[in-house]
Design a protein around this ligand. Structure first.
Ligand code: MN
Length: 169
C-alpha cells in the first residue's frame, strides 16, 4: 500500500491478507508509514507493520517474501522509504491498482482506472477466480467509502457495479 494509507489502501491490503491466510499462505501487511486511528477498526489492522516505526521487523518480513503485492499505488515511489527495498527485492512484484498510468516496475498485475477502488478489484479478482466463499466477516468492510475519496471515483463509469457484501449473522 502507499504511504499514509487511506481506507482503500488499508482495506484492500487487509482483504487480500485475510484471503491468503485462509488459503494457508504466510502473509504480512506492511504499511510504508503510520496510518490514521480511524482505520484501526479494520480486522487485522493490529497485525500491520509500520515500515518506519518497526523497520527491522518489516525488513525481516520482506527478506523472505516470494511475492510482494503492490496495492493501491501505480509507482513504487509512493511507498517512500520502502521503495528501494521493494525495487531490490528478488520477490515477484504484483500490482493491483486503479490509478492511471502505472510505471513499468511490476512483473505482473492489473491496473484498471475504471474501478472505483482497489478493494473493488480485489473483490472482482476473487469472484472471478471462484473464490468468493473466502469473503466473510474476517474481511474489513472494504466498500466503506474513504473519508477523502480519490479523484478516480469521479471517472468510474456509471454502469460499473458496486457490490454490497452480505454474510449471515
Ligand atoms: Mn489510496
Amino acid at each position: 500500500m502507499h504511504q499514509k494509507p487511506d481506507a482503500d489502501a488499508m482495506g484492500s491490503s487487509l482483504a487480500l491478507f485475510h484471503y491468503l491466510q485462509q488459503k494457508g499462505h504466510h502473509a504480512t501487511v506492511i504499511s510504508p508509514t503510520n496510518y490514521p486511528d480511524f482505520l484501526k477498526w479494520m480486522p487485522g489492522c493490529e497485525t500491520v507493520i509500520d515500515f518506519e516505526s518497526a523497520n527491522e521487523k518489516a525488513l525481516e518480513a520482506m527478506k523472505g517474501a516470494e511475492l510482494i503485492f503492490c496495492l493501491d499505488f501505480n509507482n513504487i515511489d509512493r511507498t517512500k522509504n520502502m521503495a528501494p527495498v521493494i525495487e531490490k527485492s528478488p520477490a515477484i512484484r504484483i500490482l493491483v491498482d486503479h490509478h492511471p498510468e502505472p510505471k513499468d516496475q511490476f512483473e505482473y498485475g492489473v491496473s484498471d482506472n475504471t474501478a472505483a477502488a482497489t478493494a473493488q478489484m480485489i473483490y472482482e479478482m476473487l469472484y472471478k477466480l471462484g473464490e468468493e466463499k473466502y469473503i466473510n466477516r474476517t474481511w474489513p468492510n472494504v466498500f466503506t467509502p474513504a473519508p477523502s475519496p480519490t479523484p478516480d471515483l469521479s471517472v468510474s463509469p456509471p454502469h460499473r457495479p458496486v457490490y454490497t457484501v452480505w454474510w449471515p449473522i
